[in-house]
Design a protein around this ligand. Structure first.
Ligand SMILES: C[C@H](O)[C@H](C)C(=O)SCCNC(=O)CCNC(=O)[C@H](O)C(C)(C)COP(=O)([O-])OP(=O)([O-])OC[C@H]1O[C@@H](n2cnc3c(N)ncnc32)[C@H](O)[C@@H]1OP(=O)([O-])[O-]
Length: 719
């Protein structure tokens, strides 16, 4: 909807009305067409101002409408009509003008923006391109190189930068609509010929081919298989080489190749999944909208290793005062330096003052007595963590929330070390904690809804994608990673190489395959967990028993490498070799290939041809199957939770939507059929046995992912 009012005598003020972000739904587009026509034909109206209700200009096209047949007036002629009017039209930009919202503003003759607002063309992040003239008008307004960068990255631009680039005409700190109304009155009577961007020639670029070759190379490298960034380059090239009308035709043709693509559907699913996870619920029935978070102004971090330092930085960057505690003096001094450095670099990148004063340091746990919330990030050892929780219970003021950053240990067992287990939750950050978006908030059976609500709200304040999950071994992310890695090890036993497995996963879109990732994080991390699980047995060197643990198939390959000190990058050798310890360039290692051959011979294992398809099916379907078990167990409330965890924490390619969305894309019946096949071939691998929830979904006709929660609810109600 759009409303027209006449203000200041002769200004037609058009207000977009579609809360919360005034997305350009069919009704809003119709409203704009009607109100512009009315304003233009009203002799009392000398100029027009377009603004958005609730302090937001416009969040672009209504993404919720993409799945349905198009209704209402199309955007392109609507914006053309505004540009063609003979009365000045000025956009008053508050909050955000994104996608179709900025394209609408680019159709106006002038743009006034509030200093805190942002603009951008983020369509590429939704698997699309700016298809309401943005790919043709923006290059004409700010030049090809700047437009290429904005359109292929989709990044949001601050008001100050938008002015510098020439996207807007004026920045104001005052009331944006009032300022814009005054401005509009001041330009009445001026020629509009030079204000219609579509008529601008595209600024010439010296060596156009070189500019586009470089851009294409850059996006192909960073896109890792995403098609939208590449198509965006082609659209901007049309602006640089074709007259406007032909360029617009090309823009529409290119958009048509993206609009119905699987990648676009996956990226739009991720957009909504990222927002859906904030509407959390627990099996107890507690929910996001019925649980009141507790205000947190003072936080504390115990243990200043790599994770503790990152968490302290993330808390301070979110504006909280932080007490950082480390008992070892040297470690404390090193941490102080590291944290200050991270805060300064972060502040420089964001153009703000570093929050150094917000962090205080101590080697005495007494220092956290007044904290509202404490995050324990000491070494991943249960006995050590239990001791810390006992100390915290004695030191902290009543009601203090006690959180653990453990990545796999039992949160409820730690809670039992305190008199108030309802105040204990897991806050599982991902390294580097001040950079990685994901936060798993882990609730135990005794965690209170208020404790979960508080941790979720703190996560949002830290700019994290926070997902509430139940307490179990490895929570969601690491629990699903186990069958994924297990299959990768088994594939090596059956004839594959680390290079083959990693290449298949990287072509699928992962930034790093499982073996390169293992070398980066250190093989000893998993080794320690397997030891704690009683799986490592250095005496079992040959024969079947060496490859069976707790009645199921087991591959000791990782253990054998660790026993030889091959811990990965930090040791200069792991699944790959590196020039020296700490270097990051992985090279195939003849020693490793030879070791695998000897291993197979020692265990009487044949070598067979393994292709990329099998690698993907074995590793990803085993992971997905565990995802269905997690949904069945109620550890995650819905598929969106799992997909957000894998996209924001485990490098799952965003344009594939996440493991559960991907399962829906390839077809649940296919996933089930392949798992049944692999389990038949490998009956001693329980992770390959299809989960009953998967069977149930296939039996009920493989409903779309949006309907899975209903089936899950039915399953739980029958338990
Ligand atoms: C032709 C044209 O070329 C093409 C093809 C296009 O234009 S494609 C579209 C391009 N536009 C975008 O990519 C911008 C997307 N939006 C955002 O980046 C952010 O929303 C925001 C504007 C910066 C506000 O952030 P926020 O943190 O204050 O709130 P929120 O939680 O994010 O959002 C608040 C609520 O609004 C919903 N929402 C936001 N933008 C929406 C949109 N464009 N369409 C539909 N719903 C939208 C969102 O799902 C959430 O709903 P719910 O979860 O409450 O039910």
């Amino acid at each position: 909807m759009a409303q027209l009012t006449r203000v200041s005598g002769s200004v037609g003020l058009i207000t977009l009305q579609n809360p919360p972000v005034n997305a350009l739904s069919a009704a809003v587009r119709q409203g704009i067409v009607d109100t512009v026509k009315k304003a233009v034909s009203d002799p009392l109206v000398k100029c027009v101002v377009i603004c958005g209700q609730n302090g937001v200009f416009c969040g672009g096209a209504d993404i919720r409408e993409f799945g349905a047949p198009m209704t209402g007036p199309p955007l392109v002629p609507m914006i053309h009509a505004i540009e063609a009017t003979n009365k000045p039209v000025v956009a008053a930009i508050e909050g955000a003008a994104l996608g179709g919202g900025l394209e609408l503003a680019l159709g106006c003759h002038y743009r006034i923006i509030h200093s805190k607002a942002r603009v951008g063309l983020p369509e590429v992040t939704l698997g699309l391109l700016p298809a309401a003239g943005g790919s043709q008008r923006l290059p004409r307004l700010i030049g090809v190189p700047a437009a290429l960068e904005l359109i292929t990255t989709g990044r949001h631009v601050s008001a100050a930068e938008a002015l510098k680039l020439g996207i807007v005409d004026q920045v104001t700190d005052d009331n944006t609509v009032d300022t814009t109304v005054k401005f509009a009155l001041s330009v009445v009577g001026r020629s509009l010929e030079s204000r219609r961007i579509s008529t601008f020639p595209c600024p010439p670029v010296s060596d156009l081919d070189a500019v586009f070759d470089v851009a294409m190379q850059r996006v192909r490298q960073s896109a890792r298989g995403a098609i939208a960034p590449v198509t965006c380059v082609q659209a901007v090239r049309a602006a640089a080489t074709l007259p406007y009308t032909q360029g617009m035709k090309r823009e529409q043709e290119l958009m048509a190749t993206l609009f119905t693509s699987g990648q676009a559907r996956a990226l739009q699913y991720c957009f909504f999944a990222q927002r859906a996870v904030s509407r959390w619920s627990m099996p107890s029935g507690a929910r996001w909208d019925t649980s009141k978070p507790r205000p947190i102004s003072k936080a504390a971090v115990i243990g200043l290793g790599t994770m503790g330092r990152g968490i302290a930085v993330a808390l301070a960057q979110a504006g909280l005062s932080v007490v950082a505690v480390e008992t070892q003096e040297k470690q404390l001094m090193d941490a102080k330096q590291a944290v200050s450095g991270m805060l300064e670099r972060g502040a420089k990148r964001r153009g703000v003052a570093p929050a150094l004063g917000l962090v205080s340091y101590s080697h005495n746990i007494q220092a956290v007595a007044e904290a509202d919330l404490v995050i324990e990030a000491v070494f991943e050892d249960m006995d050590l963590k239990k001791k810390v929780f006992q100390q915290l219970s004695a030191v902290c003021k009543p009601g203090t929330l006690l959180c653990t950053n453990t990545s796999s240990l039992d949160v409820d067992h730690l809670a039992s070390q305190t008199p108030s287990p309802e105040l204990v939750v897991g806050m599982h950050f991902f390294a580097p904690a001040h950079v990685m978006k994901l936060l798993e908030v882990v609730y135990g059976p005794r965690s209170s809804p208020q404790a979960v609500a508080t941790a979720m709200q703190l996560g949002k304040k830290m700019g994290k994608v926070s997902v509430a999950v139940g307490n179990c071994r490895g929570f969601v992310g690491n629990r699903m990673l186990k069958p994924y890695m297990e299959q990768a090890f088994f594939l090596l036993e059956e004839g594959a190489t680390p290079e083959l497995v990693d290449q298949a996963l990287e072509e699928f879109g992962f930034a790093m395959g499982v073996f390169r990732m293992s070398d980066l994080s250190g093989l000893d991390v998993g080794w320690r967990v397997r030891k704690a699980d009683g799986l490592v047995d250095p005496d079992a060197t040959s024969g079947r028993s060496a490859r069976i643990r707790q009645g199921r198939r087991y591959s000791p390959l990782g253990d054998l490498l660790c026993e030889q000190g091959r811990f990965g990058q930090k040791a200069g050798r792991g699944w790959y070799q590196y020039d020296k310890p700490g270097s990051r360039v992985a090279k195939p290692d003849p020693w490793l290939h030879n070791f695998l051959e000897q291993y197979r011979a020692r265990h009487g294992l044949g070598v067979r041809h393994i292709d990329h398809q099998e690698v993907l099916e074995r590793c990803l379907y085993a992971l997905i199957n565990e995802g269905f078990r997690i949904l069945e167990d109620g550890i995650a409330a819905g598929p969106e939770d799992i997909d957000a965890i894998y996209v924001f924490g485990y490098g799952w390619p965003r344009y594939r939507g996440g493991p559960m969305f991907y399962a829906g894309m390839v077809g649940l019946a296919n996933v089930l059929e392949r798992l049944e096949h692999f389990h038949q071939v490998h009956p001693d691998v329980p992770y390959l046995q299809p989960c009953s929830l998967l069977r149930r979904l296939v039996a009920s006709g493989s409903p779309p992912i949006q309907k899975w929660r209903e089936v899950i609810r039915k399953v739980h109600s029958q338990l």
